[in-house]
Design a protein around this ligand. Structure first.
Ligand code: PLP
Length: 370
């Protein structure tokens, strides 16, 4: 008889040195957006081999800022995935535009490039994708369509920190890529996000619009204070030096976190392969996974979930198909894979707080059946 454990789905990662560093900043004169923000952006780019990154108060802000920079406005359409955290799609509504949901691939949970083209209209302004659970989408296929119709691509990489596609780091590939440092993500700054922008002009504009459109580094110093012009309507999306300080500490552990999550995911893949009633997701070797979620499809999902909970292991669907929410209008009837996945997908715990014992216990429990 194995002793019953209590294993949670998520656990925020706060490394040792963080509290002291936070107190240090809090006691300094500068707690708002200052040098720590620049430093965090630079270190983030260095660590992940990216050209640029704009640190923001959230990934949701990053996504909205991307759409605003593209110029998505009232009546426009954005082709997007229904299988995601709701923020990916509420930002489209915030711009008074319409999310046009494309179907997903059952075996990856990502947007299906084959279901995009026939949804493009004259109103389409962008294509959005989400690397669900951290597994990169079929980016080449998506880019092929985007190029043909001259549409920008926005990657919501909130799950995909550290992931790679055909050798390239996520964040370096599409016109816009967003990351999240919300509490349960791979690394966290309590809240926060990053936006990577391909085009230099768009990057500069987005950076200004993060803080009301004020050109921070082009302000004139006069005896009565800083003088500047604002020529674009911006947002209050800036982060602060307190959060950036946490981010700088987190980055020191990123390699370790990525390695640990990868270890656990590999073990799950090996040990759960071939178990009756379990279907693993696709895992091609031309891409590496960010391993935010470990999603499986299971037969008799409700029984599976009840059994896991009875053994002290949290499991959950985590994200429901977004078109089931009233704000997006009626449930779509043309998303067969989404419909199927909504009935069978479930996530099992994956985070850097899991011990080897925890992972073995989870595997054993699933192997015993439900
Ligand atoms: C967490 C998450 C977001 C939102 O991130 P915030 O930083 O909380 O705004 C957006 N998209 C996906 C896929 C997410 O998982």
């Amino acid at each position: 008889m194995v002793e019953k454990k209590e294993i949670v789905m998520f656990y925020p990662f706060i490394p040792e040195g963080v509290p002291e560093k936070v107190v240090e900043v809090l006691k300094s004169r500068w707690i708002g957006q200052g040098p720590k923000v620049d430093e965090f952006e630079n270190e983030f780019c260095k660590k992940l081999n990216l050209n640029n990154a704009i640190y923001l108060n959230s990934c949701t802000s990053a996504l909205r800022l991307a759409l605003a920079t593209i110029g998505v406005g009232p009546g426009d359409e954005v082709i997007t995935t229904p299988n995601t955290m709701i923020a990916t799609n509420t930002v489209i509504l915030e711009q008074f535009a319409k999310p046009v949901f494309a179907d997903i691939q059952y075996e990856t949970m990502n947007i299906d490039p084959n279901d995009i083209e026939h949804r493009i209209t004259e109103k389409t302004k962008a294509i959005q994708c989400v690397h669900f659970g951290g597994y990169p989408c079929d980016i080449d296929e998506i880019h092929k369509i985007a190029k043909e119709y001259n549409l920008p691509v926005v990657e919501d990489a909130a799950h995909a920190l550290g992931a790679k596609y055909k050798g390239k780091p996520i964040g370096s590939i599409s016109d816009y890529t967003s990351f999240s440092f919300q509490a349960i993500k791979q690394i966290t700054t309590v809240d926060g996000g990053m936006l990577c922008v391909k085009d230099q002009k768009n990057y500069e504009s987005a950076k200004r619009r993060r803080w009301f459109g004020i050109p921070r580094d082009k302000r004139e110093n006069t005896p009565i204070g800083k003088v500047f012009d604002v020529s674009e309507v911006g947002f209050k999306y800036n982060p602060n030096d307190v959060f950036a300080t946490i981010g700088l500490e987190q980055l020191k552990y990123l390699d370790e976190i990525i390695k640990r999550r990868d270890e656990i995911a590999k073990k799950y893949r090996e040990e759960l392969d071939g178990i009756k009633g379990v279907t693993l997701l696709e895992n091609k070797n031309d891409r590496t996974n960010g391993n935010f979620l470990f999603t499986i499809h299971v037969d008799r999902r409700l029984d599976f979930a009840k059994m896991m909970h009875s053994k002290g292991i949290e499991v959950e669907l985590h994200n429901c198909r977004n078109d089931m929410y009233t704000i997006f209008g009626p449930l779509r009837k043309d998303l067969p894979n989404m419909e199927k996945a909504q009935e069978t997908a479930i996530n099992i715990p994956l985070h850097s707080h899991l011990s080897d014992d925890d992972v073995d216990y989870i595997i054993k429990t699933i192997r015993r059946g439900w």
